[in-house]
Design a protein around this ligand. Sequence first.
Ligand SMILES: [Zn+2]
Length: 349
Amino acid sequence: MFHHVAPHHKDRLAINKGLEITPETLEHVLLSLKAQDYDIVPMDAVPERLAVSGGSRRFAALTFDDGGRDNLIHAAPVLQRHEAPFTVYVTTGFASGTTAPWWHVIEQAVHAASALIINAGDGLRRFDTSDQSKKQRAARTLHDILWRASEPVRASLASELAAQARLNLAALTRELCMDWNDLRQIAALPGCTIGAHTMTHPNLAALDEGAAMREISEARDEIRGRLGVAVNHFAYPYGAPHCCETREFECARLAGFATAVTTRRGLVAQGDVHSLVSLPRVPINGFYQQPQMIDALVSGLSMALAAQSAPISAKLRNGWRRPTESALKQPKPPGHHEGRAAITSQPAP
Ligand SMILES: [Zn+2]
């Protein structure tokens, strides 16, 4: 699971840092998959791969959520160079500029303003955003407030923040997300699959069933209509257990998707052929871009240990390389602690 791919820039705030890796890290992921003898397959091939009994080769499917414009500019050239198939899950409201990704609105507003005031339901709250550490702190608190808010309140708070910081939401969304022309370009690249990621990127579990179903199926219809491609794969916004459960899985199945992915961490295994609409993923996280960490993640060992789903010895036989002593002693990346807090308290978008 990837979100954004862009060159490192020092002003990235911790709330979004985990969502972005550099093109060099993406390249390392691809080299590591190759070195560890994985097949890189499109999402269309996943059901078949999971149905093969007894000893299918190890495989990976590369997925990008939200339709970031950097996917076209920075990720696609790397993927094309390696002839690696990939899937982009598109939120149609981002592509049309009618919905803004609120977690980026917070970051941009905090960068642009020296103070922000919002009414979070318990009176007015003022956030001092006059220097970098105050911006980090304010962004974390605002992220927490917006994350806990209901869908309409979240959207109105994001608009309020944008207005105070004099941000043009449509221009911001255009800068961050692929529009339909960009999507036509990326969809035409060899190996690119376009999947759906709802219309407005809501927490589906917070919607009534009809609204959840519309978010899922109308996004598919719009992408199909505008790009003229089959849309057989879906990603749940936020994707954590309290954001998509049995009801949402059933909606994705009824909408006719061949697969749907969550943000639950884990490896897919043969048994998942029976749960193709609730597949787990391995997040490639901007806080952990050291080559040794990528190699370990790609090996699947940490995921396997976490899920206790496979004996260690089997994973070791399959090519996990132990990190070197010096790698284990490397200092943690800057922002490590804020990042962990930000990542573990809210699911990835
Ligand atoms: Zn998302």
